[in-house]
Write a protein of this length. Sequence first.
Lengths: 115, 109
Amino acid sequence: DVKVTQSSRYLVKRTGEKVFLECVQDMDHENMFWYRQDPGLGLRLIYFSYDVKMKEKGDIPEGYSVSREKKERFSLILESASTNQTSMYLCASSFRQRIAKNIQYFGAGTRLSVL
Amino acid sequence: SQQGEEDPQALSIQEGENATMNCSYKTSINNLQWYRQNSGRGLVHLILIRSNEREKHSGRLRVTLDTSKKSSSLLITASRAADTASYFCATAAFNKFYFGSGTKLNVKP
């Protein structure tokens, strides 16, 4: 079974803090994704990566950055957390580089509250 | 935008009844996928239907795709209380996935 593990289920941070969300997958997937999920807005893609050290902006990259130093790990960084970044963050991975043709496997999510 | 939109937003049925959810999208796709999300958890893939397929079955799930109408439907037959979850369609094109905002299904025992 594919396992996508997000380091925290719940996080509470203060405005202005630097926040790291970590995601690890154990299936040697090339593609990894970060989404945020808000009520009524569905899932919105923040960033994705199709290889180590490669990254592509999604639909809402502002205020976020990412790091992919190893194939199995994809980190989402909030440089200076703001209250409008309070959300559920979901990491996903998929096999091969043909993103549109593949199933995505999701982690359990990190619910981030920025106070 | 490419984003799929599910309809209805919420659906409440009795155990044993069938549940039908619809998804509409705007542009050409490679495939369309349905995912399920239990409350507060990640999404789990249910079924994928390719753009050249019209219908697909998996257990109690039946998915149809009408590319001329840019729409898909997910039918869950003989629903169970354990089917209570949110269901999302995802359209895949141009190297990206687009998820709708989901249908929240409540199956009452």
